[in-house]
Design a protein around this ligand. Structure first.
Ligand code: AHR
Length: 323
């Protein structure tokens, strides 16, 4: 009887060991095995710092090892970071390209190393589109169009000339390109709406303030400020106040991002329209990376859903922004 019991126990142990080993072999790559290298542009806005924390949070929650590099607004630092991810042999590279061009060589190196690449928040222009798997972020042209639509609605009864100033984001960056294009397309059939001045203020508050000060000195009449992000807008508002203008009344202000600080100004009547651009991309990035690494199909473009907040909305309906 004892012998029978021993034999049975040995068979049971062997069976459990092989079935366990089989399970491990069948199991696709697990979270803990995934290493993602992410190159961030910098921290020029609350929007961007929120994007950073959203990615870090999603990685932690999903047991992913994240190697994070901050490029401090320099493309050369992003190139260095991507090369370091390749040397480390990460499973996947994600990055937010500061500008659209100049990525061909480094992404060819990633491709040769067999490392897939996901674009986050901004897009690129490369000769070979197979150098990246997908784009996750906003549709910037639509944001520009929404800005134009608000303005047309706000001034629907105006036949006078409307003098518009545009503060642009970093030249050759996807949001600056798309937001300019969408806005102009939206206004193209309205010849009394004129962009009298357009200037690059690099998505930065200090540059927005400097630019606006000079613009207000130069032009007798500015009816509208269309600004590509909240920090530049907040800087421009400082300049307007300093020079005796009432933002939101003397000058109509349309801004993009939707930081809490901009929503607060909307509620205070100093901004007329805020176009949302969502930085809450972390979960989508991690989910898409996992799907790709498990061999599942993913969409080429994954756009976030975004709202428009205007002076006509009930402020009580706008939820706290978190950034
Ligand atoms: O690429 C998105 C833009 O970059 C945001 O509008 C801006 O605030 C950020 O710096």
């Amino acid at each position: 009887m004892k012998i029978f019991f021993c034999i049975f126990a040995i068979i049971l142990v062997c069976f459990m060991a092989t079935s366990c080993q089989k399970k491990q072999e069948e199991q696709p790559q697990t979270n803990s095995a995934i290493v993602i290298g992410y190159s961030q542009i910098g921290d020029e806005s609350a929007w961007r710092t929120y994007l950073t924390s959203s990615i870090k949070k999603a990685a932690t929650e999903n047991g992913i090892q994240l190697i994070f590099e901050n490029a401090e607004q320099k493309q050369e630092n992003q190139l260095k970071a991507i090369r370091s991810f390749i040397a480390y042999q990460v499973d996947l590279i994600a990055f937010s390209p500061i500008v659209e061009t100049g990525w061909d060589n480094v992404l060819e190196e990633a491709k040769t190393a067999g490392i897939p690449v996901i674009l986050v928040d901004r897009q690129i222009e490369v000769k070979d589109n197979s150098l990246y798997e997908c784009y996750i972020g906003s549709d910037f042209e639509t944001e520009g169009l929404k800005a134009a639509n608000f303005l047309l609605e706000k001034l629907k009864n105006t036949t006078d000339d409307v003098a518009i100033v545009e503060l642009r984001g970093t030249d050759n960056s996807t949001p600056a390109i798309g937001r300019s294009k969408g806005f102009r397309n939206g206004l193209k059939n309205h010849s009394n709406f004129n962009i009298i001045h357009s200037e690059n203020a690099d998505f930065m508050r200090s540059k927005g303030a400097e630019a606006m000060k000079e613009i207000l000195k130069k032009y007798d009449k500015v009816d509208v400020l269309y600004s590509h992000n909240d920090p530049m807008t907040l800087g421009a508002i400082d300049a307007m106040k300093e020079m005796g203008f009432k933002p939101g009344e003397d000058i109509i202000i349309i801004t993009i991002d939707g930081e809490q600080a901009a929503i607060d100004r909307l509620e205070a009547g100093e901004i007329n329209c805020v176009i949302e651009c969502s930085p809450n991309l972390g979960q989508t990035i991690v989910k898409t990376a996992k799907q790709y690494l498990l061999g599942e199909s993913i969409s080429r473009n994954i756009y976030t859903e975004e709202e428009v907040f205007t002076e006509w909305d009930l402020s009580s309906e706008i939820l706290p922004r978190g950034y």
